[in-house]
Design a protein around this ligand. Sequence first.
Ligand code: HEC
Length: 250
Amino acid sequence: MSKPLVLIALAFLVSGAAGGVAMAEEGEGSLPHSGADINDIESLQRGARNFMNYCSGCHSLKYLRYNRMATDLHIPEPELAANLMFTSDKSFDTIGTSMPADAEGWFGKQPPDLSLMARARSVDYLYAFLKGFYVDKTRPWGTNNLVLPAAAMPDVLASLQGLQKPVFKNEADEHGSANMVLVGVEQMTPGALKPEEYDQFVRDTVNFLDYAAEPVKAKRQSMGVFVTLFLLVFFAFAYMLKKEYWKDVH
Ligand code: HEC
């Protein structure tokens, strides 16, 4: 192979890897990084527990079966049945919710299934969403959300996080008139968890939702690294062999 061809092949490999990184970061804008790690099994186990305790009353995970979750997250079956399942469910059932299908009347919106939410919105978005509730007396539940304005979901984690109040800033619009713009939130009353503990609680929960959205994600990523390394090594051998074959011809 001539030098330019070698360079082109290498450029392909490098741009492929860079493309993967770029895609992973795409669409996450200025949201803070959640720091969730899908390879951290203990975090996923805590996330599963958080989800079953605080979210499954309203949200289902209709593409994930209990027994698949138990196998992937190394949760023993007796523990699964005792702590993580609705008593009427079987371990081969998908994760449902006790919320009736017509709960729209209660919330204004049906709580969505969360199976694919991490892929639809990104893990960092979910992290910001669960940390973004603030007191807003004009809303039906008395709370609103920084990343989902007029959210129909109540602040279900308020007892853990405490209440947050909105922080506004005066900003002039294009006509020069002053407007109050919401720029962030700040702690108003303490919750049962310290701020770092609450962050970890949310990190575990969104990590679990990331797993639920693609149970093979951790495997896919480690396999990707292996395949890329294999191709690099294979390329070196193929190139040496090609040189050997053609050395008498040129
Ligand atoms: C009391 C019922 C209730 C509980 C409990 C609840 N939610 Fe929700 N959730 C809702 C409703 C209603 C919506 C629809 C909000 C909307 O679209 O305005 C929603 C929407 C969402 C969304 C979608 C946000 C978006 O951008 O569309 C996510 C993510 C979510 N919930 C996560 C959770 C998690 C995680 C938990 C557990 C910690 C949880 N919810 C607990 C009622 C609930």
